[in-house]
Design a protein around this ligand. Structure first.
Ligand code: UD1
Length: 411
């Protein structure tokens, strides 16, 4: 009897293809895979997840490290697309993904975020009449010079189910003419991953390895030496030497007051070499961020301490204990808001305005004076206070899976 039920259920299984492509996607895929597994355990295996990695990011520390840290199952298919111009990357993903869709005939595809692969996969599926769910829909920076903004607008225009993290996302979509019944306010999926992993992250030994936990005369009251954490990789910031130098002028002033730690994106590393900006940085060998080396350099000079990108858990631990975070990333604005860590955003716009209206985020652009002023505000104990937006509660993936299951039932 039981086995008959299982055979019947297995035959009726719906196939959902999930797309992972680049670093900021992996923390959005992990909770979805977990929520599908939970649903299957409790409801007799009705969904067959099929994970596709497009290979937009391919270095171990930009991709595999995240699969390990977040315990994401190995992809069912790896497209191995790699780097290229926007047209090459988008086009190559489309050509390769079309073959997967023709072979696998899924009932639905789920794309996340705003990278080139998000748009490429959504566009390929929609032309084959396969429904598309977009997780993290509705975000808008209103800056069309950002490649991600084009990816967001285009993906949302063709998706069938749009899952938004905050009410501003719903408003943007409604204004663009998306029917109300396609929009679901479900919360921020990155925060599912943050809350799920925070305790584990705090057990990583990155703070000790950096010599930040050693008591010394600069010790903070919680036993950790104050430091700032930096990420910087947007083309608009690092591809133009004038802008990059302006930002560095501000950062080097901040670096005279507390050490700045900078896990460096490959694009930024290339641009530092191309523009001859090495003087502003101390490069630490990635595998061995030796305490001695770091402490010897300390913040006696105004150079920025650079090392290879960290995995999810180590980076989260660094973020959770930072005095401040300086960034041009999108997701980090949200994560710092939830962690209640002051965030200085090195961009003129944000597609995540709720982190400014409710959270700890301040937008300063590339203006050195503003960077220094905001950092000083934090160092003198006057950091902007924030609160965690509603329904950023760790249950976003569960809500998404429930909506999609109900849709399958009504089909
Ligand atoms: C992409 C996303 C961006 C996201 C960022 C996170 C788009 C348009 N942009 O930008 O939204 O914030 O990922 O990192 O999709 N490279 C490596 N190893 C890798 C990946 C990249 O060396 O694993 C180098 C390549 O030489 C490449 C450069 O980094 O030229 C940039 O990579 P790319 O995927 O084009 O865009 P990102 O700047 O990473």
């Amino acid at each position: 009897m039981t086995s008959t039920t299982h055979i019947t259920t297995a035959n009726n299984r719906k196939k959902w293809i999930l797309i992972a492509a680049a670093r900021p996607n992996f923390m959005k895929i992990a909770p979805l895979m977990r929520a599908i597994a939970t649903h299957n355990r409790e409801n007799g295996n009705t969904i067959k997840p099929f994970l596709v990695h497009t290979g937009q990011h391919y270095d171990d520390n930009m991709s595999d490290a995240f699969f390990r840290d977040l315990q994401i199952p190995n992809p069912d298919v790896h497209l191995g697309i790699g780097s290229g111009t926007h047209a090459q990357q988008t086009g190559n993903v489309m050509i390769a993904f079309e073959q997967v869709l023709l072979a696998e005939k899924p009932d639905l595809i789920i794309v996340v975020g705003d990278v080139n692969s998000t748009l490429a996969c959504a566009l390929t599926a929609v032309k084959l009449h396969i429904p598309v769910a977009h997780v993290e829909a509705g975000l808008r920076s209103f800056d069309r010079a950002m490649p991600e903004e084009i990816n967001r607008i285009m993906t949302d225009a063709i998706a069938d189910h749009l899952f938004t993290p905050s009410p501003d996302g719903d408003e943007n979509l409604l204004r663009e003419g998306v029917p109300r019944e396609k929009i679901f306010l479900v919360g921020d999926i990155m925060i599912d991953t943050l809350l799920f992993n925070l305790e584990q992250a705090k057990k990583t030994d990155i703070l000790q390895r950096l010599g930040l936990e050693e008591p010394n005369e600069k010790e903070d009251k919680n036993g950790i030496r104050p430091y700032a954490l930096l990420t910087l990789h947007r083309p608009s910031n690092v591809d133009d030497p004038k802008t990059f130098r302006r930002i560095l002028d501000g950062l080097r002033q901040v670096a005279t007051k507390l050490p700045i730690l900078f896990p460096i994106h490959p694009r930024t590393k290339k641009q530092i070499a191309a523009f001859g900006l090495e003087d502003a940085f101390v490069f630490h060998p990635s595998a061995d961020i030796s305490q001695t080396e770091f402490r010897n350099e300390g913040n006696r000079n105004n150079r920025i301490h650079t090392f290879d990108p960290r995995g999810y858990l180590e980076f989260l631990n660094l973020m959770a204990h930072a005095k401040m975070v300086l960034t041009d990333s999108g997701g980090i604005q949200e994560e710092t808001t939830v962690l209640n860590i002051p965030c200085i955003t090195l961009r003129d716009t944000t597609e995540r305005p709720i982190t400014v209206t409710e959270g700890t985020n301040v937008i300063v652009g590339d203006d050195p004076e503003k960077i220094i002023k905001e950092a000083d505000r934090i160092l003198t104990g006057n950091a902007k206070q924030g609160q965690c937006p509603q329904i950023w509660d760790g249950k976003t993936a569960e809500r998404i899976v429930n909506v999609l299951i109900n849709r399958e039932k009504s089909c």
